[in-house]
Ligand binder design. Structure first.
Ligand code: UDP
Length: 342
């Protein structure tokens, strides 16, 4: 069975390709390579890479039907959709870029899934969509841990673009029977334990790689964005989830939607929160090295606490995350970091 993975050259998408490979699926990656890495797909994962835009309808039709030379006549059975821009600050400065790419292109994609289903005399092809806890905005503290019923009130164009795609998917489900799984991730972190895949955002904005940069000397120090939050140590609390556990959940979600169809929605997190200061402490103990950290003003739009309730995914998908411990997440991140950012 061949699965099309949009954004498969990115951080989470590349780990999902690996999880699909381990589960015995053939994959093809569609990525515009604006932020993704060609070498990861071609040399590490060794799967066909089609460089293009998700909003290119002609290209999508060729890929889905199997007419594209990269697929060699094999029609696509389902699609995992990771391709998106994900820099909150950039989305505030340039919302058009985010709505065009994340929302507009996703609409084209849904239409292509529907047409390909019609051509085959079936429902639209099944879709697994990568959404985000950023769609919850700044939740009321009484709603923590956050389950799937928490209202979505995103506070920036990135979060809104993801929440809007969720709405499109729900509407396509109601009108055309689009089979779908939506995953709302908390903080993806870590790297494949094999050490050859990991987080490589350019520019990097995420806490764990920046902590490791400050430890390895790639950056002179870490900026801690605010220590005056209403949390025990004053720094923000997040739910860090190992990217391999996230990727495994996608395989389970895919298997579920292929087997029973329908529309499904799951949070993915560990249900445990760690503050920025705790992440720094664990990183120092895992690496055996110190780092310089300077407290700077809060970063606009950062909620004080985001912690998931992911019971639904555990219960309904039988998802059993393997690397829930923050030290393991950091060990794997460090293994990757040492190899690729000396
Ligand atoms: N953070 C920080 N310094 C950095 C990057 C992040 O203090 O250089 C904090 C950020 O304010 C947030 C947490 O680390 O509280 C996680 O941020 P990240 O960007 O990794 O993920 P987010 O939760 O924003 O998606």
């Amino acid at each position: 069975m061949t699965i099309l993975v949009t954004g498969g050259a990115g951080y989470i998408g590349s780990h999902a390709v690996r999880a699909l490979q381990r589960a015995g699926y053939r994959t093809v990656v569609l990525d515009n390579l604006v932020y993704g890495h060609r070498q990861i797909v071609e040399e590490v994962l060794q799967v066909p890479l089609v460089v293009g835009q998700v909003g290119n309808r002609e290209l999508l039709d060729k890929l889905l039907s199997g007419a594209h030379p990269a697929i060699g006549g094999e029609p696509i059975q389902a699609l995992l959709h990771f391709a998106a821009y994900a820099y909150v600050g950039e989305s505030m400065a340039n919302p058009a870029k985010y709505y065009r790419n994340n929302l507009g292109d996703s609409l084209t994609l849904l239409e292509a899934l529907k047409s390909e289903g019609e051509r085959r005399g079936t429902t639209p092809l099944p879709l697994v969509f990568s959404s985000t806890c950023a769609s919850y905005g700044i939740p009321d503290p009484a709603q923590i841990p956050i389950d799937e019923s928490c209202p979505q009130q995103p506070i920036n164009p990135y979060g809104r673009s993801k929440a809007m795609v969720e709405q499109l998917i729900a509407d396509f489900g109601a009108a055309y029977g689009l089979p779908s799984v939506i995953f709302r991730y908390f903080n993806a972190a870590g790297a494949d334990p094999a050490g050859d895949l990991g987080e490589n955002h350019i520019p990097e904005t995420h806490l764990i790689p920046l902590v490791l940069d400050a430890i390895s000397g790639a950056q002179p120090y870490l900026r801690v964005f605010g220590d005056d939050y209403p949390t025990p140590d004053g720094t923000c609390i997040r739910d860090y989830i190992h990217v391999t556990d996230l990727a495994d959940a996608h395989v389970l979600g895919l298997q579920r939607v292929l087997a029973v169809g329908g529309q499904h929605l799951f949070n993915l997190g560990n249900g445990t929160g760690y503050s920025v200061k705790q992440v720094i402490e664990v990183a120092q103990s895992v690496t055996g090295r110190g780092l310089l950290a300077h407290v700077v003003p809060r970063r606009p739009g950062d909620p004080p606490v985001l912690v998931a309730s992911a019971h639904k995914a555990r219960r309904e998908l039988d998802w059993q995350p393997r690397y829930t411990d923050l030290s393991t997440i950091l060990e794997h991140a460090w293994l990757w970091h040492r190899t690729f950012s000396p």
